[in-house]
Ligand binder design. Structure first.
Ligand SMILES: Cc1ncc(COP(=O)(O)O)c(C=O)c1O
Length: 424
């Protein structure tokens, strides 16, 4: 029976047998015992499935992987030590020196730096384009070496919505992998695989954990991308000499991408999730559906309250009917746009900072997307290294505040915000 996503949040990934623990156990072991050396050899050869070393796979991490794959409608997943690790491994799984990525420019700053600085140093070039680009606009940038088309469902911090149709059509037409970071929407509000994504990424540090306890990331493979015979992806169609001649597209079928990510890149780079973080993240994920509903409700209410306040210059939230992203939000997001919104306080930076100082329920922290409401002033913190011009290009004005709505009572949040505005 295909279960509702709410039930999957609670139950997917772990079904105890009679007498086993009701709750996912934490298997805090690096290694696993086998009586029979031939069996261990078969595990190394991927001829049999099982655990042998927790860098490659671990039973507690596997529960979380299976759950998030089920939530996203994917075939399999790989848990990583952070969201950044997930994006790095996923990109390196298809890109070598000399290759090319096309990415939306409206992405998390850490990912922007990864593509623009670190991968560039490794000889991988990225062309940044608008999240609104049409398929025709994207196609103009495609090269023989283009291995990846990348975007964020709802972007951090610009809070724009990706034009899935344009990105997906361009990728499909040219047989290029389409990868989407779905962190800020979560599978509750958007399932990118249904909108054409081949690979979905999460910083599970955010909504999936939801309690700000555990850094983590997840790569979900839809199993839909056909690497077999695709000339762009020679590494998937030629023997991997570091893995006794395995040909991923032939030997792993629809699991080619995720098997290569685990067997080759996780083996070599080792940015794996710890079993304890997987336990906490899975526990958090059990209430993802409830938290997303409240978070998105609170964010929209706050956005509406701020929109009509005389001390507020502008508000950005995709489900405000006045927002530039409203049409895309209606088309691609289901039941909410998550908790992040941004707004400008009239009177510039000083007034914005004064506003933050006068909040008491909402805290000033460097985080988004957990169950406690928080704010930050990007121009003096996360984006302080940018020049005035670069800030303007990134859509970050000096008076902009990034707000992440949690799941507290909306009346307490509204009172706190209105009282802080009154004091400035
Ligand atoms: C959309 C998005 N993707 C990726 C990341 C990176 O995740 P992590 O901090 O878990 O490395 C973040 C972090 O804020 C994010 O907001």
């Amino acid at each position: 029976m295909e279960k509702h996503i709410d039930t999957k949040c609670v139950q997917s990934g772990y079904s105890p047998k009679s007498g086993q623990p009701r709750i996912t156990p934490i298997v805090q072991s690096t290694t696993f015992f086998y009586e029979n050396p031939e069996q261990l050899a078969r595990l190394f050869d991927l001829k049999e499935s099982g655990y042998f070393y927790s860098r490659l796979s671990n039973p507690t991490c596997a529960v979380l992987e299976e759950k998030v794959a089920a939530l996203e409608g994917g075939k399999a997943a790989l848990a990583t030590s952070s969201g950044q690790a997930a994006i790095t491994l996923a990109a390196l799984n298809v890109c070598n020196c000399g290759d090319h990525i096309i990415s939306s420019s409206a992405i998390y700053g850490g990912t922007y730096n990864l593509f623009d600085v670190t991968l560039r140093k490794l000889g991988i070039e990225t062309t940044f384009i608008s999240p609104d680009s049409t398929a025709e606009e994207i196609e103009k940038h495609i090269r023989p070496q283009t291995k990846l088309i990348y975007g964020e469902t709802v972007s951090n911090p610009a809070i724009s919505v990706l034009n899935f149709e344009g990105y997906s059509n361009a990728a499909k037409k040219h047989g290029i992998l389409f990868m989407v970071d779905n962190t800020l929407s979560s599978p509750i509000h958007c399932r990118p695989i249904l909108l054409g994504a081949d690979i979905v990424i999460h910083s599970s540090t955010k909504y999936i954990d939801g309690h700000a306890t555990s850094l983590g990331g997840i790569i979900v493979d839809s199993g839909n991308f056909d690497f077999k015979g695709n000339k762009r992806y020679a590494d998937f169609n030629t023997p991997d000499q570091s893995y006794h001649g395995l040909i991923y597209s032939k030997d792993c079928g629809e699991l080619a991408f995720i098997t290569k990510a685990r067997a080759q890149l996780m083996r070599d780079i080792g940015a794996c999730m710890s079993p304890f973080n997987a336990f906490l993240t899975n526990l958090g994920c059990e209430t993802l559906h409830l938290r997303m509903e409240r978070t998105s409700y609170n964010a929209l209410e706050i956005a509406k309250t701020l929109s009509s306040h005389q001390k507020i210059e502008f508000v950005k939230y995709p489900f405000l009917s006045s927002d530039a992203n409203y049409g895309k939000a209606e088309k691609y997001l289901n039941g909410g746009a998550g908790g992040m919104l941004s707004f400008g306080v009239k009177g510039g930076k000083e007034k914005a900072l004064d506003f933050i100082k006068n909040l008491s329920v909402v805290a000033n922290v460097t985080h988004v997307a957990d169950l406690r409401s928080s704010v930050i002033h990007p121009a003096s913190t996360t984006h302080r290294q940018l020049s005035r011009q670069a800030l303007a290009e990134a859509g970050i004005s000096e008076n902009l505040i990034r707000f992440s709505a949690g799941i507290e009572n909306i009346n307490d949040l509204t009172k706190d915000i209105l009282s802080a505005l009154k004091k400035i």
